[in-house]
Design a protein around this ligand. Structure first.
Ligand code: KG4
Ligand code: ZN
Length: 351
């Protein structure tokens, strides 16, 4: 089966082709056009994002087909992110995918963006397949998911306020670093002293029990406020910035690593899959690896291109659903929010 994937949920216009069957799936091409314009505004401006997707989508899709050395005629299904994300941005991809599919006599299939992130690592690592524990950490989401099988997603925990990437970006802003700030925090934290600023580990207590509602959940807004106080109290912010960044990153990372460890232990998983832009953070990846060192669990961290938003993961998730005979009708719509649900709850309609 050959699947063309399209992703426009936020500020990346992306298209990709994958082909294969079951877990033997090959990435044939991946084109990602990042919208740099948002840097000027210090965050993604939805209207600008939609317009940029409109300008780019046709050439991005053509390029993905060209790099895969195929034509639209060779494609079996067009998979497109239809939730969650910026609704105007999603609509560009959904409308274009529907038009393209209708014109070429192809089927269209809507894919949940977070389900795409769960599939990303399997394109790079043959063993990054269920059963596994997944931590998805991006600018918009922080999810801890137990995945016994593809299509079976048990959300164990989530953030109660800011997403992990959002916390990185806000703290970066407080420290005067450019947007998006995650990688800048990681860079300056390397030169920071971990003992200078020690922030409380959010939602982390030794006596938490598996049934407690904060056993897996996380929260970063208190940590962000603690950083704000540290910044305000600093007499020399230029000198303190690396130490504050280090203190913040250590607190966030230790919390996430512990929650991942708990999820893997409780469900007896031997594989841990990381996804989302924050999974590019090497300190986070090493902390999770060392927390899980005794349990002999393998930790899969994708490369930057597959960790951040991309259409290859959407095509890959689409292939799984397409192989099960799922298709969407021409009424396929975009949704700003939609919980990650199990496959059997999918309301795919056939046309
Ligand atoms: O997955 P992604 O590309 O887009 C969303 O769906 O949000 O994630 C972007 C987020 C941003 O918040 C960015 O600051 C963060 O990922 N990020 C990082 C690193 N690289 C990107 N956070 C921490 N450390 C990094 N190295
Ligand atoms: Zn994402």
């Amino acid at each position: 089966m050959v699947v063309l994937g399209i992703e426009t949920s936020c500020d990346e216009t992306s298209a990709a082709v994958v082909s294969g069957s079951a877990d033997a799936v090959e990435q044939r091409s991946l084109v990602i056009l990042s919208q740099d314009v948002h840097r000027i505004f210090g965050g993604v401006v939805p209207e600008i994002a939609s317009r940029a997707h409109v300008s780019a989508i046709v050439s991005v899709v053509q390029q993905a087909l060209r790099e895969a050395a195929i034509t639209l005629g060779d494609v079996d299904v067009i998979a497109v992110t239809n939730a969650p994300g910026l609704v105007g941005a999603l609509l560009v991809g959904v409308s274009y995918a529907k038009g393209l599919a209708f014109g070429a006599g192809k089927k269209v299939l809507g894919v949940h963006h977070m389900e795409g992130h769960l599939f990303a690592q399997s394109l790079e690592f043959a063993d990054a397949v269920p059963p596994f524990t997944a931590l998805l950490v991006s600018g918009g989401h922080t999810l801890l998911v137990d995945v016994p099988a593809w299509g079976d997603y048990r959300v164990l925990g989530a953030t109660r306020d800011d997403a992990a990437g959002e916390a990185f970006d806000k703290v970066a802003k407080l420290l005067g670093l450019p947007y998006p700030g995650g990688r800048h925090i990681e860079r300056i934290a390397k030169g920071g002293d971990p003992a200078r600023f020690r922030f409380a580990r959010p939602m982390l207590r030794r006596n938490q029990q598996p049934g407690d509602d904060d056993y897996y959940d996380v929260s970063f807004s208190g940590l962000k406020t603690a950083v704000l106080h540290a910044v305000r109290a600093s007499k020399d912010i230029e000198q303190d910035a690396p130490h504050i960044a280090r203190g913040f990153q250590d607190a966030l990372i230790e919390t996430l690593a512990e929650k991942v460890y708990r999820a893997a232990e409780q469900h007896d998983r031997r594989r841990v899959v990381l996804g989302g832009g924050v999974a590019c953070n090497q300190a986070l990846v090493s902390a999770i690896k060392s927390r899980l060192a005794d349990s002999a669990a393998e930790v899969y961290a994708p490369s930057v291109r597959l960790a951040t938003d991309n259409a290859a993961m959407i095509a890959r998730a689409g292939l799984f659903h397409a192989e099960r005979g799922e298709r969407d009708g021409w009424g396929l719509n975009a949704f700003a929010t939609l919980p990650l649900s199990n496959s059997d709850q999918r309301s795919a309609t056939s046309d």
